[in-house]
Design a protein around this ligand. Sequence first.
Ligand code: ADP
Ligand code: MG
Length: 247
Amino acid sequence: MSEQAVAEAQDLGKVYGQGDATVVALAGVSARFPRGEFTAIMGPSGSGKSTFTHCLAGLDQPTTGTARIGGVDLGSLDDEELTRVRREKVGFVFQSFNLLPTLSAWENIVLPLSLSGREPDQDWADQVVDAMGLGDRLEHRPAQLSGGQQQRVACARALITRPEIVVADEPTGNLDSRSGARLLALLQRCAREWRQTVLMVTHDPIAAGYADRVLFLADGGLVDQMRQPTPGGVLDRMRRFEPQEVR
Ligand code: ADP
Ligand code: MG
């Protein structure tokens, strides 16, 4: 029997609105995400990348199909159970960092633990802070940090609970290329060294090159995938899916 996937989408669908205003954001996507695999999700703007990852990670509810984490159907959970699964099993990194401005970097990092009344595991916290290169920035407020540093704080916050799954939605979208490269190397390390399952939405072929696999979405459907992606290979594939420009 194959190893149970850490996360699994089965025919996941999402429809927004009603009547004339109906938007099919996700048209039935199935995919498995094994332990320690780094997957990039790509596709044109509006193709359903965020909807897919949010439904899979329990941030949003699908209209049809099933999202499973650790074999548990998220649709079978009540709000409290769902919150617990999200808090304990998933770490989120967003494009806009989402740090609390009045808290120090350290307080932001341990917030997921504080919220559930837990103390950080000091060894792990040291490892995470060290990996993110934040050792001398822990007392700073977000406004006193560069964008790259803020995103590394957000990443440390996502990792502090040692989640099985790390979900990053365009995490390098607001970073310069050097900070972006550093963050991508960290996400890769999450998968390779710490065996976390990493899902990253991106439109950047270079970012996708850090992943083990790329899933391509178009119009809410899974249209292709690629293993051991290279930036050049990804770019080629994207050109085939983007609508051709009329000259
Ligand atoms: P992507 O992340 O690939 O850019 P999204 O998953 O954000 O795409 O969106 C997929 C589709 O669903 C788009 O057409 C978008 O406009 C629509 N959509 C997303 N969120 C909502 C919402 N809250 N209400 C209505 N339509 C939405
Ligand atoms: Mg999006």
